[in-house]
Design a binder for this molecule. Structure first.
Ligand code: ADP
Ligand code: MG
Length: 291
């Protein structure tokens, strides 16, 4: 590889908002055959909105408690819930105790009451019974691409809240382009299977890996590498960092967290997934000049 062609390639890429950390990454990117995309904030805009609340409680009373718990969480889902509650003009309570349960939800103490908000697994782990009708309702939300979370107060089921995220305007075309280039596109998420499949369908992705625990994304990358694939991981979150570092090429979304950018080999300044195909093209051109 001549330093001149690498420099030219890096410079040209930077003009497109694609920042290669080193020349070796620009030389390797054209070898990729599999692209793993994180769901939230990568395929989607990552700014979900609270859309549904279902409860037999007085809604404001329940949301006061839920808001107090979620206010302590830094998760994008929590932000969506808190904003939605505030937009309804409901005041948030104050949590006396809070704990995030990564990949599952949150637990908190508010006004002397113990609150759990999160997944089915969180509820079953806490031995909280959820009515069949609620579970059915949850699935119907999920099939439209929403993320539904269960709420329990003092270990009694109390309600269901749902949020909706939207796919980026550019995702579908960008993914079609990658597939046309012969790449295998996979979406990975901690979210449940139904939601993942609904979002994947909107984006034109056939392969999804769902309900992955925060530490599990890197494992999934490794599995694909062990079966002989050259894998790119594309993500924005703190919990994408180990997978970004493990992948043959890690690509961080520039609007994401600093931790993701530090772990990655390439930063895609524009949130647009078209930059993935552009990065591969830049690598191909650079290699062609070298030869
Ligand atoms: P992702 O980043 O893909 O959304 P996570 O592993 O962070 O995945 O979360 C997995 C699931 O755990 C979420 O889909 C949600 O159901 C639940 N969860 C996570 N954080 C919270 C939270 N703050 N409040 C309620 N539920 C949560
Ligand atoms: Mg994300």
């Amino acid at each position: 590889a001549t330093p001149t062609s690498i420099m030219a390639g890096s410079g040209r890429s930077a003009e497109f908002g694609i920042l290669f950390k080193g020349g070796e990454h620009l030389e390797q990117t054209h070898r990729l055959d599999t692209i793993i995309l994180d769901k939230t904030g990568t395929v989607t805009n990552g700014t979900p909105k609270l859309t549904d609340v279902s409860t037999d409680w007085n809604e404001a009373d329940l949301l006061t408690l839920v808001g107090a718990a979620e206010k302590q969480s830094e998760h994008p889902l929590a932000e969506a819930i808190v904003e939605g509650i505030q937009d309804l003009g409901i005041e948030l309570g104050v949590a006396e105790f809070f704990e995030a349960i990564p990949g599952h939800g949150v637990q908190a103490k508010v006004d002397g009451r113990l609150l759990h908000v999160g997944t089915r697994r969180l509820m079953s782990h806490e031995n909280i019974d959820v009515p069949e009708t609620t579970l059915d309702q949850m699935v119907s939300f999920e099939k439209t691409g929403k993320t539904a979370m269960l709420v329990a107060v003092d270990h009694q089921f109390a309600g269901l809240v749902a949020v909706a995220d939207t796919i980026k305007e550019t995702s579908k075309a960008a993914i079609a382009r990658l597939k046309e280039m012969g790449l295998d596109v996979v979406m990975i998420t901690g979210d449940n299977k139904q939601t993942a499949e609904a979002i994947a369908k909107q984006a034109g992705i056939e392969h999804t890996i769902a309900e992955v625990l925060p530490e599990g994304k890197a494992e999934e990358v490794k599995k694909l590498q062990e079966s002989g694939h050259k894998v790119a991981m594309v993500g924005d979150g703190i919990n994408d960092a180990p997978a970004l570092a493990t992948a043959d090429i890690g690509m961080a979304i520039g609007t994401g967290t600093d931790v993701a950018m530090e772990a990655a080999d390439i930063t895609l300044i524009r949130g647009d997934l078209n930059s993935i195909a552009d990065a591969i093209m830049m690598s191909k051109k650079t290699i062609a000049n070298i030869k």
